[in-house]
Ligand binder design. Structure first.
Ligand SMILES: [Zn+2]
Length: 639
């Protein structure tokens, strides 16, 4: 006998030899044991996973002559020795007709088949038709077959193998037993390759076989086909072919995954130049951009699965070494980042298929990975906007401590750009608009949200401009519900050192002292009806910088702070500072340095809004229900 390819030579002859399709073989064995034979079977699944093999084993089991006349007939396992079994294995059994539906798909062929099916089998018990690629049969041809399936002669069995079961008409499907085949697991393929290597007397590295099994991608036949090629091209060692991983990668034109691990490390660290250099080396070595993009997508997919399911997840059909590698890469990124990277690489792969300058597109795609690293997750952005802080200011979990070199185009700066478009910190609207010295740190703080009308230049009017909300009751805003109380404002960015040094020289002279400013502002606020703001600021830490006044107050969350020192109160403060020739800019922040209890400790003034609110039974009830304390009361009644 001449040379036979491995896939045929080692084609399983018994149900128990078929790898990875236990759910199918178990059912078929049961059916055979009980003598429940259907007249139509559909075997569906990817290529090369054993559909036709199982169809043939089933045919052998049905027609095995060894069992004829015995009680066991049809036999669960064929003998593989009788004429019938041997002929079926060789594909020339007279009563088992294999039809490639891809070429015999028309109505004439199927009519012929249907007419022939009426006649009894020539020798064996069943007349069996195995239709490969059954989805290719035309609709008219299927209709011609339908009648036979509806009222089948007792001796006829149809077996349809297909990769696209959904393209088989429902009328046909509903008359058949449908078996859906699984992709063969990596371990199953690897075990089969090992036993074949031993049987063929091939010296094979474990890594080499793992590569072949991976390349099979769930298909035993694919893996065996590549193994055929690999053995044919393998160098001889002691007269035996020797399979090495490097040789197999050469054969498949693939790159070791270590390369992709390095590329993605460069991505995680924002090293664009390094990334481009590595890519240059790969392309120079003759790897096509298309194949690189495809392998990278596959590698990223594995990293994503490792991220989702851990290193040992079923979702990974790769060797232990590769699992560990995928996990290492997964640790470099967040789940969102890997997802995004995979998306970018897949899109790049798509692009490459119809582009002229493939190299440029691949370079662009990889650079996009780095740029995408600097994007801010939408959730993070939204939550920071809601909290009133600049998103860029919040430290993002860095994938590794050494990541993002400072010399890179400042990821932080790039990330904070979205904030510039929000009204609160857009330069023309900011109360600190046009400020020069080190104000970037200041502009990230929560309390300086301003409406356009409150620009510093037009802050002259003295009237408090209270909102027209006329509520009969003092509106309670300060019930510090535990949840609220937990939320602490982040420590504001420290004033840049240069600004502080400047203040030593600049703040002298005509500017009034901090104490004078404090008492004037506190008084003005009280007069303007902002009792709680007045109380709060009187307990704060006042610091004068170069043209800046910083007031740190304690015990209030960001939200509460903006409610207490609202825009109307800020207007009053600004007007007062201007009147006293004080600093042009001021800032109220919630600081940790100030005793949290400071404002709470201040007992409500007799007759104050605070006292009035505390007496209210509703407030008392609320305090009781929420086990809360009242920190601050804002009076919104017009004065
Ligand atoms: Zn037999």
């Amino acid at each position: 006998m001449g040379y036979q390819v491995l896939a045929r030579k080692y084609r399983p002859q018994r149900f128990s030899d078929v790898a990875g399709q236990d759910h199918v073989t178990r059912t078929l064995l049961n059916a055979l044991t009980q003598g429940r034979i259907a007249h139509g079977y559909i075997f569906s699944g990817h290529r090369g996973i054993g559909k036709t093999t199982i169809a043939r084993i089933l045919a052998s089991a049905l027609n095995c002559r060894e069992a004829i006349g015995s009680e066991k007939r049809p036999t669960p396992e064929p003998c593989n020795a009788c004429d019938s079994c041997i002929e079926i294995r060789q594909g020339n059994a007279v009563d088992v007709i294999e039809i490639d539906a891809a070429t015999n798909r028309g109505i004439d062929e199927i009519r012929e088949l249907r007419d022939a099916a009426r006649y009894s089998p020539a020798r064996d018990k069943y007349k069996i038709y195995i239709l490969d690629e059954a989805h290719q049969i035309t609709e008219a041809a299927f209709n011609a077959l339908l009648k036979t399936l509806e009222e089948p002669p007792a001796h006829v069995v149809f077996m349809m193998a297909t990769t696209e079961p959904e393209n088989i008409p429902q009328t046909i499907r509903s008359r058949c037993q449908h078996f859906s085949f699984h992709a063969v697991k990596f371990e199953d393929i690897l075990a089969q390759l090992k036993s074949i290597a031993a049987a063929e007397e091939v010296e094979a590295e474990e890594a080499a076989l793992a590569l072949l099994a991976e390349a099979g991608d769930g298909s035993m036949r694919d893996a065996l086909s590549i193994m055929d090629q690999a053995i044919a091209s393998a160098p001889l060692e002691n007269g035996k072919p020797a399979l090495a991983a490097a040789q197999i990668r050469d054969l498949m034109g693939s790159v070791p995954n270590a390369v992709f691990e390095r590329l993605l490390e460069a991505v995680a660290q924002g090293q664009s130049a390094e990334l481009m250099e590595q890519l240059h080396v790969l392309l120079n070595a003759g790897h096509s951009p298309l194949s690189l993009a495809r392998q990278m997508a596959r590698y990223l997919r594995n990293a994503l699965m490792a991220k989702l399911g851990g290193e040992q997840t079923e979702l990974l059909q790769i060797s232990a070494d590769e699992r560990a590698r995928a996990m290492r890469t997964a640790m470099l990124f967040t789940e969102e980042e890997i997802t995004r990277n995979l998306q970018i690489v897949l899109r790049t792969f798509d692009d490459l298929n119809y582009r002229q300058e493939q190299r440029f597109h691949l370079e662009l795609g990889l650079l996009k990975l780095i740029h995408a690293q600097r994007l801010l997750p939408l959730e993070e952005f939204l939550s920071s906007v809601a909290a009133g802080t600049t998103p860029g200011a919040s430290a993002r979990p860095a994938p590794s401590s050494a990541a993002r070199p400072t010399s890179a185009p400042a990821p932080g700066a790039a990330r904070s750009t979205p904030a510039a478009s929000t009204p609160s910190s857009a330069p023309p609207l900011s109360p600190f608009g046009g400020s020069s010295s080190g104000s970037s740190a200041w502009s990230t703080t929560p309390t300086i949200k301003q409406s356009a009308s409150a620009a510093p230049a037009i802050s002259a009017p003295k009237e408090p401009a209270a909102e027209p909300t006329r509520t009969p009751m003092p509106f309670l805003v300060g019930a510090a519900v535990p949840v609220e109380a937990v939320e602490e404002a982040p420590t504001p960015d420290p004033i840049p050192a240069p600004a502080l040094r400047e203040s030593a020289t600049a703040s002298s002279g005509e500017t009034p002292g901090v104490d004078a400013l404090r008492s004037a502002v506190v008084q003005a606020l009280a007069q303007g009806g902002h009792q709680s703001a007045s109380t709060l600021l009187s307990t704060g830490n006042w610091t004068l910088g170069a043209g800046n006044l910083k007031i740190e107050v304690g015990g209030l969350g960001k939200k509460m702070l903006t409610l207490t020192v609202n825009s109307a109160a800020e207007k009053i403060i600004r007007a007062e500072l201007q009147r006293l020739n004080g600093p042009a800019r001021f800032l109220v922040v919630s600081g940790e340095g100030v005793a949290a209890g400071a404002s709470a400790a201040a007992a409500p003034l007799a007759g104050s809004v605070q006292e009035e609110a505390l007496k209210n039974p509703l407030v008392q009830k609320a305090k009781e229900i929420f086990r809360a304390e009242v920190r601050s009361v804002v009076d919104l009644r017009a004065k």
